[in-house]
Write a protein that binds this ligand. Sequence first.
Ligand code: PMP
Length: 355
Amino acid sequence: MPPPPVPRLRADVSGLPRYVPGRTAPSDLVDKLSSNENPYPPLPSVLAAMREELGRVNRYPDARSSELVADLSAGLAVPPEHLVPGTGSLGVTRDLLRAAAGDGDEVLFAWRSFEAYPLLVWATGATPVQIPLREERHDLEAMADAVTDRTRLILVCNPNNPTGTAVHRGELKRFLDRVPDDVLVVLDEAYREFVDDTDVPDGIALYRDSPNVAVLRTFSKAYGLARLRVGYAVAHPPVAAALRACTVPFGVSGLAQAAARASLKAEPELMERVQILVAERARVTRALRAAGWSVPVSQANFVWLRLGPHTPAFAAACEAAGVMVRPFGDEGVRITIGTPEENDHLLKIAGDWRV
Ligand code: PMP
């Protein structure tokens, strides 16, 4: 018997790499420090806004998220037509890539960086060009050198996932001066709210002077709404319009819009939590270094241990002791900053660990 016919698909899709998400925790007893989530549950005011929205789920949401856009516009001092919300900043990244790059084009980014980048780039048909980090940081000189006339978009993850390192204002400005004006530079600032180094630029300040710069932000990390899937781009009108043309209609649910708006209202309270995590990041970094670990300066809600071949063994030891961390092959382990108790747990395991 011949095999049943199979639908014809794009020939290159079956070979695409797949995103490997952090596993869900097997039980509440396990501390999940593997997905850069915010350990704190939604505030009562955010829950109340969502509850109010629940009774309306028979209706489609506002396709343009107009009220959320108005709130963001006021808070960021950015015109509403420069703002494009989407299904998490991941969804916005995908749509921006589709708006800018296709077959035969190149998309540049540092490596290692956010593991979704190569997958999203391949799915557009463009070719990812990965420029190795230098001393755990973006090598912006090498990235500028790698621009060709096929380069359409450059992703700069600042701070970088998974190393936590951030590029500084001067180096980023020099880089932007070298990049041709017709190449879109996307500053992925998923972790912006955790930055405490004043030399790390606010991407929105840079975007104001550069028509080819777009900024990505998310409600998933500092605002603690990862499961709701809402993020946004800030971009000049031609880019924002092209991005809107590539988005899935109604991609941001009404629940997500309501929770994001309530979170903006509750910003002072939420930023207090962020400050606790930033203080914990400093404490965890100090304690790990004191115990002999080499830890790059992190500006995000995680730290990076380049353990090379010891990576799988360390991740397994953590898991056996009840903490999930995120191993990347035989490169290193990324550990999310959790509550003080979770961080103590991790520090105990790291302190006891021997190669
Ligand atoms: N960018 C970076 C650098 C990230 O680390 C993440 C999440 N891991 C995202 C974007 C995606 O976030 P969101 O939940 O907004 O899709």
